[in-house]
Design a protein around this ligand. Structure first.
Ligand code: URA
Ligand code: CA
Length: 434
């Protein structure tokens, strides 16, 4: 087989076989195929698209290009959740103990990553003593005993995707449905998930700005997952403003505790119930989505979910007393209120800009080696649709520096206040099963 022939085959709009796709991904991973040929292929895919079976083959080839996590020692159906990204997305911190408390095994591998705030692993590290480096034996043991463990990413997962994503970034081929969908799904499959619930975000703060694009991506991923023998469903949810109130590491842990108590922000609570019921259903712990939802509501009302969060923290060496005393979490030295300059209604909070404000304060990493300040961040006091009067606080800044001018500017740039009453966005637009 020659790469040049496969590039021309794809360029002409023909379908590549499994053997051909395996040849490409193996060759690219072990550097027998150079970047320039892979770039040409990515561009051919960008224009010619891929059939559903090509997408499944590409996903599986990338999933198999490096280490694969073996969760077969863990009892039950392991359901993973993935969000296509957004600002201040605290759902994983809540969903993990919530669904574990009703019997779903949660074996979660989570990254640190770059972004406006840290990843789930960073957030958990704001709890004193919490250990995210677990050996695989310990990890499996914890999931079998408590239904829950979260471990930091290690090993060499999907090296083909890592190389290809880097290449796409500099060859204008990121924005391709088959390439995005296979990239995301290869990582989920390599992490050992039996079933997958996807939270595909749409709106100004999301990768997919409009609902049609989000649906197309969701369908592509659901078809790949199902084609690869992993039951997959996707929820299309709103990212026209940040989810919940808190953006920051310790602040989001506090928000997760509130939500597990049933006292969290309405949108975050609702999205967790929506995603969580799909997870419980796919894990086979409920006969219907409605039944799954009632189980989760019950777990919150009775304190079972909160209890599971404590067990989870303690089992990984953390100080579980933060759950009853969140004041033990890292706290910033200063708080500042960003006040509304006029009366009106909030019509927009661009998630990107508010995320940058959090990142300026030090809540996120700008390079792989940056150090995160776990205490800092933002709490939104007003969300889209809320009425505001001049002088009221839009946002509370938690900072370890006395100078927050730049963050304040970003916050004002992110908020739009209008004179007309504003309709709130729906939170969930659609659920995609096939
Ligand atoms: N996220 C990924 O992991 N891969 C993509 O291609 C795009 C977003
Ligand atoms: Ca949040």
């Amino acid at each position: 087989m020659r790469m040049v022939d496969l590039i021309s085959k794809k360029r002409n709009g023909e379908e590549l076989t499994k053997q051909e796709i395996d040849f490409i991904i193996e060759g690219y991973t072990n550097e027998n195929i150079p970047d320039y040929q892979m770039s040409a292929l990515a561009m051919a895919i960008y224009f010619q698209d891929m059939t559903n079976s090509e997408r499944v083959h590409l996903t599986m080839a990338m999933a198999e290009s490096g280490d694969q996590i073996d969760l077969s020692d863990i009892k039950g159906i392991k359901v993973d959740k993935h969000s296509t990204g957004g600002v201040g997305d605290t759902t994983t911190l809540i969903l993990a103990p919530l669904v574990a408390s009703v019997g779903v095994p949660v074996a979660k591998m989570s990254g640190r990553g770059l972004g406006h705030t840290g990843g789930t692993v960073d957030k958990l590290e704001s709890i004193k003593g919490f250990e995210v480096e677990l050996g695989s034996k310990k990890f499996n043991e914890l999931v079998n005993t408590n239904n829950i463990a979260v471990v930091g990413q290690s090993g060499n997962l999907t090296p083909a995707d890592k190389k290809l994503y880097g290449l796409r970034d500099v060859t204008a081929t990121v924005n391709s449905i088959p390439l995005i969908a296979s990239s995301i799904m290869s990582k989920k499959i390599a992490s050992g998930a039996d079933a997958i619930v996807l939270d595909v975000k749409t709106g100004s703060g999301a990768f997919m700005k409009d609902i049609e694009g989000a649906k197309e991506l969701a369908q592509a991923m659901v078809q790949i997952g199902n084609g690869a023998g992993r039951n997959t469903i996707a929820v299309i949810s709103d990212m026209n403003q940040p989810l919940g109130f808190a953006i920051g590491n310790a602040l989001e842990v506090k928000e997760a505790i509130d939500t597990l108590k049933g006292e969290g922000p309405a949108d975050l609570h609702e999205l967790c119930l929506t995603l969580g019921s799909q997870m419980v259903y796919l894990a086979g712990e409920a006969e219907t989505i409605d039944q799954a939802r009632s189980m989760l509501e019950h777990a919150i009302e009775t304190g079972l979910a909160l209890e599971k969060f404590k067990t989870f923290i303690a089992s990984q060496g953390g100080d579980e007393s933060v759950v009853d005393q969140p004041s033990k979490l890292p706290a910033a030295a200063y708080t500042f209120e960003v006040e509304a300059k006029e009366d009106g209604y909030v019509s927009e909070i661009t998630a990107d800009e508010i995320g940058i404000a959090a990142s300026i304060l030090g809540a996120g990493r700008t390079t792989k080696d940056s150090i995160i300040d776990l205490a800092v961040g933002l709490v939104l006091n007003k969300k889209v649709g809320d009425k505001v009067t001049k002088g009221e606080s839009l946002v509370t800044i938690h900072s370890n520096s006395e100078s927050v001018t730049e963050a304040v500017e970003k916050i004002y740039a992110s908020y739009t206040i209008t004179q007309k009453v504003v309709e709130r966005h729906p939170l969930v637009y659609d659920i995609i099963h096939e």
